[in-house]
Design a protein around this ligand. Structure first.
Ligand SMILES: [Zn+2]
Length: 99
């Protein structure tokens, strides 16, 4: 038997870009385009063993900093989309066959 309760949970309400200071609130489109990097550096890291490393980047600063190395793939490049033509609704449609 499971008995449920409701507890308050912390969520990120606002992000600020470290390089440019752009602020985005949780309900804004820009918020969802932030890249937030956070990790604990390992042994031999140039940041120091066990150091916590963090940065929050808006999409413009991400592009400015890493643009030429970003591997940006259009949705059509995803394996599922490119194989969509192989889907035959009469054969693979299960409970939703062709009319
Ligand atoms: Zn920025």
């Amino acid at each position: 038997v499971k008995r449920l309760t409701v507890e308050p949970v912390s969520v990120v309400r606002q992000l600020a870009c470290d390089p440019c200071g752009l602020v985005a609130l949780r309900n804004e489109t820009e918020f969802f385009e932030f890249t937030c990097i956070g990790y604990v550096a390992g042994y031999g890291s140039i940041c120091g063993d066990d150091s916590r490393v963090e940065i929050d980047l808006c999409q413009s600063c991400l592009r400015d900093a890493l643009g030429i190395w970003l591997r940006v793939k259009e949705p059509m490049d995803s394996p599922l989309v490119s194989k969509r033509s192989l889907f035959k609704s009469g054969l693979h449609g299960g409970e939703f066959p062709d009319e």
